[in-house]
Design a protein around this ligand. Structure first.
Ligand code: CMP
Length: 139
């Protein structure tokens, strides 16, 4: 079964939205199989966002994601990667469809409440960065 990584970012954590967002995924045919709260350090943030290293917003993004604890979750389901991205909405909350997580809770393109894996290949790498095999559950 397909798995994807979801991060609840500092802006959503600070506004007490973690369980609201997790619940939205759980009630949309996605099974929670891994969950933790952690404070990502600079090295881990740079690994996670390595693909954006050359972008002008990279340093700000690293500062932002390391600015408070975040919640990391692994969800499982048929088409999980694509379905989660649909539920989250456009990266830029101003362009997100009504009813998506980012429409409801995003502030701006950086403080956009969540991150989710953009492909199955990326999901595998991202899950490995955040979770040990023993922290993901079959049930
Ligand atoms: P995320 O899905 O975590 O993937 C990369 C992140 O970079 C993205 O969400 C945004 O938080 C951030 N991002 C993307 N584009 C921009 C931009 N133009 N300016 C600032 N931050 C951005």
């Amino acid at each position: 079964m397909e798995r994807s990584l979801v991060l609840i970012k500092p802006d959503a954590i600070k506004r007490g939205l973690a369980t609201t967002i997790l619940s939205r995924l759980e009630t949309h045919r996605l099974k929670l199989v891994g969950l933790k709260m952690l404070h990502v350090d600079k090295a881990m943030a740079e690994l996670h966002y390595a693909v954006h290293k050359e972008k002008p917003f990279f340093d700000d993004l690293i500062d932002f994601i390391t600015s408070s604890p975040i919640v990391a979750a692994v969800f499982e389901g048929e088409g999980a990667v694509e379905n989660i991205r649909k539920l989250m909405g456009n990266t830029n909350p101003a362009k997100a469809d009504v009813g998506t997580v980012r429409w409801d809770f995003g502030i701006d393109i950086q403080q956009n409440a969540t991150h989710s894996s953009d492909s199955l290949e990326t999901a595998k790498k991202e899950i490995k960065l955040f979770f040990k095999d023993s922290e993901i559950f079959d049930y």
